[in-house]
Design a protein around this ligand. Structure first.
Ligand code: SME
Length: 149
């Protein structure tokens, strides 16, 4: 089921990225493709700006705008340069609750020239929503997006 969804998503995003070079447009449409397939609570990007992450294109409710390096799941994924899967956000020390509805989360860094330039964040109202399949597919997606930075 997830495999089929990601197959569809990757093809759709490949097509979008082949036709457009605008970073913001491509991030916005990638968030839209993911949201329309999965319907997760919040899907979006935070972009590295100096020593913080700035809210970028997203789908879902209003979110926190700035996250300091090393803070929350997003800031930790930035520092670690690695994906973080959080099965229960209430058990993640320092988790930033932009919304009380969120129960699990995955954050995937976008890396360019060995530096994190942004992160992709997906939040679910369900516990334990994200697994190694999401990690693998979203890392692939983020590697495709890195060329627009
Ligand atoms: N929960 C994230 C903050 C971003 S929102 O979930 C959209 C974190 O702890 O970094």
């Amino acid at each position: 089921m997830k495999t089929e969804s990601y197959k569809k998503i990757q093809a759709q995003i490949d097509s979008i990225l082949s036709e457009e070079n605008s970073l913001i447009a491509n991030l916005a449409n990638s968030a839209a493709v993911l949201r329309s397939e999965f319907g997760h609570w919040w899907i979006g990007f935070y972009l590295v700006q100096g020593d913080e992450l700035m809210l970028g294109p997203f789908q879902g409710p209003v979110a926190c705008t700035r996250i300091k390096k090393g803070k929350g799941v997003c800031g930790t994924a930035w520092v670690n340069k690695a994906t973080i899967i959080v099965p229960n956000v209430h058990e993640f020390e320092g988790h930033i609750a932009c919304s009380a509805e969120s129960n699990s989360e995955i954050v995937v860094p976008i890396i360019k020239n060995n530096e994190v330039v942004a992160v992709l964040d997906m939040d679910s109202t369900k516990f334990n929503e994200f697994d190694s399949k999401d990690k693998e597919e979203l890392e692939l997606l983020c590697s495709k997006l890195s060329r627009f930075f």
